[in-house]
Design a protein around this ligand. Sequence first.
Ligand code: ADP
Length: 682
Amino acid sequence: MSAEAGLALARPPSTLRRRTLWSVLLLLVVAMLAMLVWLAGVYEAAQVQGRLERDAEQAAGEVQAALMRNVQSLQALQYRDPTPNSWVIDAATLLREHRELVRVEWRDSTLHLQSHVDTPYRIPVFDHMGRNNAQSEVVLTCATARRLSGPAYSSSYFVPSADGLGVQVMELCLPLQRDGKAVGYLIASYALQEVLDALPVHQTTRNYEIAFTEGDGTRLALRRSTRSGNRVFTAQQLVDLPGTSLVLRMDSWRGAPDLFPNVLTALVTAMSLALVSVLVLLAKDMRRRLKAEHDLADALAFRKAMEDSLVTGMRARDLQGHITYVNPAFCQMVGFSEEELLGHGLSAPYWPPECIDEYQQRQAIRLAGNVPPREGFESVFMRKDGSRFPVLIIEAPLIDAEGVQSGWMSAFLDISEQRRVEELSRTSQERLQATARLAMVGEMASLLSHELNQPLAAISGYAAGSINLLAEGPDGAYGSHGPAAAKEFGADLTLALQRIAEQAERAGKVIKSVHDLVRRRDQVREAVAPRVLLDAILPLIHLQARKLLVRVLTEVETDGLSVLCDRTMVEQVLLNLARNAMQAMDQPHILERVLRLRVRRVKGGGRKQWIEFSVADIGAGIAPDVQAQLFNPFFTTKAEGMGLGLSLCRTVVEQHGGALVFEPNAPRGTVFIFTLPASAVA
Ligand code: ADP
């Protein structure tokens, strides 16, 4: 992801949009889940209601069947023309078997009581109120029964008892007929409560509250159940009886907890909860991601600002050597754009053509896994316009997030300016030294002139005196003649000549002392391995070579022979020649700059072995008019040259018995060659 994309992520409008989307999603999910739970609840309620309806229908049927069976049992009482006594026995048996019947009466056709039996299970129901109070019910019911020619039921009514309670009673009137004529009635009084209690208890109906109610909902009798929960489902069923009808009402109390009425609702609720939890987790995760994205965008922006402000060039390569990243400073340094550099393999466009082989070898070593020196190394790069410049490269392995090396990261410093300053200080130091040397020479010259002046002045004085003496002759000089004057004349002349000789000797001594000073260096000759000579001057040569972007090549083939020489002087010769050669290549149009220092053994005449040194450049060469005066002291073509270098070199080489020559180099440039005597094998 680019830094721009990272920044775009952090923009407020997209945050607002994302928040709105999340809110809508959350609302939808909550609404959907609420609807699911509600639907599940409704479905479950419908299931319960349906079951309750079925159970109520079944219960009503059972009540009807039980009452029908009782009618048959009651009819059975009359089958064998019972006497009142036998009837009572049978009726009592019946009452013992049917708790719901509280009283059975046998009445004649005018409804006068013949015989009756009360239930043995409770205090006779009508004792407190008196049976006659219910006479109207009985009369009405029996009228209906007569009309229907079959059993008829009264509407229920309340019969209070002595203990303040009471029983809801319903009468059954069963007309007794013989030969088609009504001969009497069997009146059976039902306790509605007992009718309910006598209902068979099923697994499903155990938890129902069952009641007989009136049309307006007033409860007449009730069979309770253990209540659990507080939600009531109700079903009502009409129990149709001849002469009346009862309403059977069933209440179902839902089991706790109400919120999870059944597995389906529980499942849906659980799934909803899980979904909401997942949503919450997702939202949290999203927030974390957003924060991470934010941080990443910040880090990217920070990195980009850092990259843009860097003056150090940065470049990353993958393990195959392809460029995968360059920073703006690097692009500016080499003059190529990022697009021109990215993806380039080994042989980058900023490699100078003459160095490609060397750099490829260096990269091969790097890609083989060799860690470069931490302090970095120096190299030469080429700008797009072809100009070369020195760089300091610091490389380090590029480690990815998994800790695996994915390439190399390099930092580049353009050290042209540094080199320029170094060179400036070096040349100014050299100039200082040269000036000091010149000053010394001047001082020596003035000392010499001073030292020589006296004897020379004396000589010239004596010589002039002598000339005068000789011109005047003995007579003119002394004003007298004779042997005495001639003797004095001769003595004076001799003295003057003696003085001249003395002064000449003194001047000779002065000159000899200088000669001795020079001669004394002869004694410091030693056998030195050519490699040692080169190693001593190479650091100085490299210093200048780096500044002038010159590659230095050395070659030594001397079969172990050493050079017999004044080491310091020969080093100076090599340095002078190398410097001249590098300066000869320091021209803008010369892009390929190579300095070749070569030492080899050559056969000379006789037994003497020679070592040949050659310093070759590929500069502009030497013009013919320059060639003629090359070794003249103080001849120079350079603005800041002194023109002493080559003449000094030749003197030194010749002092060693060797020779210094030059010839053109191929394809261009110059080779300076000098020979020095070899010493015995070291
Ligand atoms: P300086 O280097 O101070 O000029 P030198 O005596 O070393 O004095 O060189 C004299 C001149 O010879 C130089 O100014 C230069 O013109 C010429 N010269 C010396 N070496 C070379 C070379 N390798 N290629 C071309 N010209 C050279």
